[in-house]
Design a protein around this ligand. Structure first.
Ligand SMILES: *Cc1c(COP(=O)(O)O)cnc(C)c1O
Length: 367
């Protein structure tokens, strides 16, 4: 079989080592006689799995002691509602939340938040087709915002923050909330600069069905009365993510990915690999006349790289030929068009090398 490289934006590639281990443990986890899927979430076996997963994530991101790690469900889109339901109560009602609009996922977050609070879009790059992040100096933040929301990696548009915005200077210490779904664990972050970090697991962590939330202690306990108990961060935290049945198998696989990441040398080490992978692909895109990328250089995503063939009539041929080379799921999101290569942690550099070789070959045979 040809080596396959999977460039899906999500659900996405997982480390082969992890999949092999999961396969080996499928029918009998550690001599328990059970598959992880068959275990009570309150039993000793699963308790050890979830506790290890939580501790490994805490270690990998150096999460400070005054933050809780929650394992939730509903994906990042549900969290778009869960965030205002938990934070709007920090202020008298109706509260205002500030949103920075940098792409398709920000647009969805804004739409959802409007159901629970007033939304001030403090800056937007929509008029520029999301080709850049509005400069921090242009943000019109509210004086009394309950929180400020950003999407630090726009999976569809290929935009990534290369800085942490300082929002404290313009607000009375409103917490910064970040949707990190598609680049969490791909680079070193300073968790203490955020009030809340959240993300769906299926991009860079594990299977769909698990949502990670990292929340500062003082932001718990402010949920609006309309907030479902299962989505109230304080209730989830007080119950160690076991208020209701958590997505046990997804947590188990995420835990294996965390252990794999530790074996790779942790987040700082994988970040260097991610930089090398992104430089390889952008380097080629900048050098060729056959393809182009349209994102400003200072905010290009290292994880999701949209690119275009200058002759778009060749798109279908490109995808068919790529598939024959073992390069899968390169079609761009329908709202952007063109191609997109998602090169998450689990994508080895060999996958990006294969992609660039194929792109060179395709360009020279269609020049
Ligand atoms: C994929 C994605 C989402 C949506 O996640 P779901 O799990 O489908 O709800 C939200 N935000 C970002 C940045 C994403 O990449």
């Amino acid at each position: 079989m040809t080596t396959i490289f999977n460039f899906s934006a999500g659900p996405a590639v997982l480390p082969k080592e992890v999949l092999r281990q999961a396969a080996a443990e499928m029918l009998d986890w550690h001599g328990s006689g059970m598959s992880v899927m068959e275990m009570s979430h309150r039993g000793a076996e699963f308790t050890s799995i979830i506790q290890a997963a939580q501790q490994d994530l805490r270690d990998l991101l150096a999460v400070p002691a005054n933050y809780k790690i929650l394992f939730m469900q509903g994906g990042a889109l549900a969290e778009n509602a869960i965030v205002p339901m938990n934070l709007a109560g920090l202020k008298p009602q109706p509260a205002t939340a500030d949103y920075i609009n940098t792409g398709s996922w920000s647009v969805k977050s804004i739409k959802e938040a409007k159901k629970y609070c007033n939304v001030n879009v403090a800056a937007s790059s929509e008029a520029e087709k999301f080709a850049a992040i509005p400069p921090r100096a242009s943000w019109q933040l509210s004086k009394d915002a309950a929180y400020i929301h950003i999407c630090t990696n726009e999976t569809i548009d290929g935009i990534e923050y290369q800085f942490v915005p300082d929002v404290a200077i313009d607000t009375n210490g409103a917490p910064l909330v970040a949707d990190m779904s598609s680049h969490i664990l791909s680079r070193v972050i300073d968790v203490s600069q955020y009030g809340v970090i959240y993300g769906g697991a299926q991009k860079n962590i594990g299977p769909a069905g698990l949502t990670i939330v990292i929340v500062r202690d003082d932001l718990l306990g402010h949920a609006l009365p309309c907030c479902p108990s299962a989505f109230d961060w304080k209730i989830v935290a007080d119950n160690d993510s076991m208020f209701n049945t958590p997505p046990t198998y997804a947590i188990y696989i995420a835990g294996l990915v965390f252990q794999w990441l530790k074996r790779q040398g942790g987040v700082a080490a994988i970040e260097q690999k991610n930089i090398a992978k992104a430089e390889l692909l952008y380097g080629y895109l900048d050098a060729t006349d056959f393809y182009e990328t349209r994102i400003a250089k200072d905010c290009r995503s290292r994880m999701n790289i949209p690119f275009f063939l200058k002759n778009e009539a060749l798109n279908a041929d490109f995808l068919t030929a790529a598939k024959a080379w073992g390069l899968l799921q390169l079609k761009g999101h329908k709202s952007v068009g063109g191609m997109r290569a998602s090169i998450y942690n689990a994508m080895p550099i060999e996958g990006v090398q294969a992609l660039v070789s194929f792109m060179q070959e395709f360009a020279s045979s269609h020049a």
